[in-house]
Design a protein around this ligand. Structure first.
Ligand code: NDP
Length: 421
């Protein structure tokens, strides 16, 4: 395992950082959630041999206090959400061990991000598709934040590119957490694990499960539903020494700490520049700022009463509302913000027809989301974790600033694309 040198491990100016004491008292595995037995539905089942890579359990006690050796492991540390999570953890004084696939690339990305407290960040390699890959990464960690999972809508092979790393990787991470005697695992799940096709007549709650997605139909959603189901099944079956809390965000937007453009910010870029959107279509998303998602993960770790799943979305906005925010900020003077209204019955019929000529994954996504405004009940996360959401309008504008900062809008201005309108 490649390691980034750790600078000044644990000797920090942390006295100034106020943090709550963390109670990792083990909770009931199911947390009252109806469990199916989805694990093993997909994939080769190779994770069954993971015991061979086991490490002796580390005795850590049941309560995580503000001692100087607190270590949190974040999987997929350079991801859009994970990097903000690393920033939040370092800011709160924790030691962080981030797993990445390419240490050199991650080192360069974090060096550029210049995060305060970066001397407490250690980077190690691990891959969701390699059995035993996470064992060393979790040694000595009190908590694991499992965010790594492929997030792409269009892939060549949904089983290999999405489902296997998501599902097998989650079981791999949980197995490693169990062997390392971790006290809590916070899983980055998704609203995709709740629904494939939002029902506008009903508010989504944490009791909902996506049972419609498949390898053919919204396979990314399928990967997230399978992975979270498998995680709760693992808890039920193995009764490990850690508790599990799932965070289920919807469309996460906001500033990226690295140059790569993730799938959800790409949607903002595409709306801003009319890329793939022939006009304003009848689609809506539940948005949440990435900084709130990061904080939600930390609160899920530090809040003793945190249990089960948490919908993490601030507000649902229709595409027409998104366009309105962009226009009010006069961004339509710089970018090709969609003008034509295709959100009525006739427009939707055209979009539905057009969806059959799109790439299969895009077409399926359109047909299962068009005209289906998702309504979300986010009271549990506010009540249990005390999370207050930032303004989604502000998050949209911060996203645009950040897209500009990383050069993702270069060559996309209205002037360069179409001449001045
Ligand atoms: P990113 O694409 O930015 O991050 C995905 C991360 O997963 C990357 O760090 C990537 O590593 C890692 N990863 C992918 N495949 C593997 C693998 N085989 N082995 C190890 N690591 C791997 O996406 P986001 O930050 O947006 O998403 C992070 C998590 O949040 C995912 O679980 C996603 O499903 C979930 N989520 C995201 C939402 C959103 O709107 N963004 C909404 C709801 C949930 P590498 O850098 O090496 O490619």
């Amino acid at each position: 395992m490649a390691r980034m040198p750790v600078v000044a491990r644990g000797c920090l100016a942390r006295a100034a950082v106020a943090r709550p004491t963390i109670d990792f008292t083990r909770r009931s595995a199911s947390d009252g959630i109806g469990l199916g037995t989805w694990s093993g539905v997909v994939g080769s089942g190779w994770w069954a041999s993971r015991g061979a890579h086991g490490t002796p359990p580390v005795s850590l006690g049941a309560t995580m206090t503000a001692a100087s050796d607190e270590l949190v492991c974040v999987t997929g540390a350079t991801g859009f959400i994970a990097a903000q999570l690393v920033r939040e953890l370092l800011g709160q004084g924790y030691r962080v061990r981030g797993t990445v696939r390419d240490v050199a690339r991650a080192q360069a990305a974090f060096a550029e991000a210049k995060l305060p407290g970066r001397e407490r960040l250690e980077l190690v390699t691990a891959d969701l598709t390699e059995p035993g890959s996470f064992d060393a990464a979790m040694r000595g960690a009190r908590c694991v934040m499992h965010t790594a999972s492929p997030y792409r809508i269009v892939v060549k092979d949904p089983r290999k590119d999405l489902v296997e790393p998501a599902l097998n990787g989650t079981l791999e991470v949980l197995g490693a957490a169990q062997r390392a005697a971790v006290k809590r695992v916070v899983l980055t799940s998704s609203v995709a694990a709740l629904t494939d096709e939002p029902d506008p007549t009903k508010k989504l709650t944490e009791a909902d499960w996506n049972t419609k997605s498949s390898l053919q139909r919204n396979p990314y959603y399928y990967s997230k539903a399978l992975a979270e189901r498998a995680a709760w099944d693992f808890m039920e079956r193995e009764k490990p020494g850690f508790s599990l809390v799932a965070i289920n965000p919807f469309m996460v937007i906001g500033p990226s700490l690295t140059a790569s453009l993730n799938q959800s910010n790409e949607v903002v870029r595409d709306v801003l520049t009319s890329k793939g959107f022939p006009g304003i279509i009848d689609i809506a998303w539940g948005f949440v700022d990435v900084r709130d998602v990061a904080l939600a993960h930390v609160l899920a770790m530090t809040t003793p009463k945190a249990r089960g799943r948490y919908i993490c979305a601030a507000q649902t906005l229709h595409m027409r509302d998104v366009v309105k925010v962009l226009k009010e900020a006069r961004l339509d003077q710089r970018y090709r913000v969609p003008k034509r209204d295709l959100s009525g019955a006739f427009g939707s019929a055209l979009v539905r027809l057009g969806s059959w000529f799109q790439l299969r994954a895009v077409g399926t996504y359109l047909r299962t989301n068009l005209g289906r405004r998702p309504e979300l009940d986010n009271r549990k996360i506010k009540r249990d974790l005390g999370l207050t959401f930032r303004s989604v309008e502000r998050a949209l504008l911060d996203t645009v600033n950040n897209l500009e900062r990383w050069g993702h809008l270069a060559g996309q201005t209205a002037v360069t694309q179409r001449g001045l309108r």
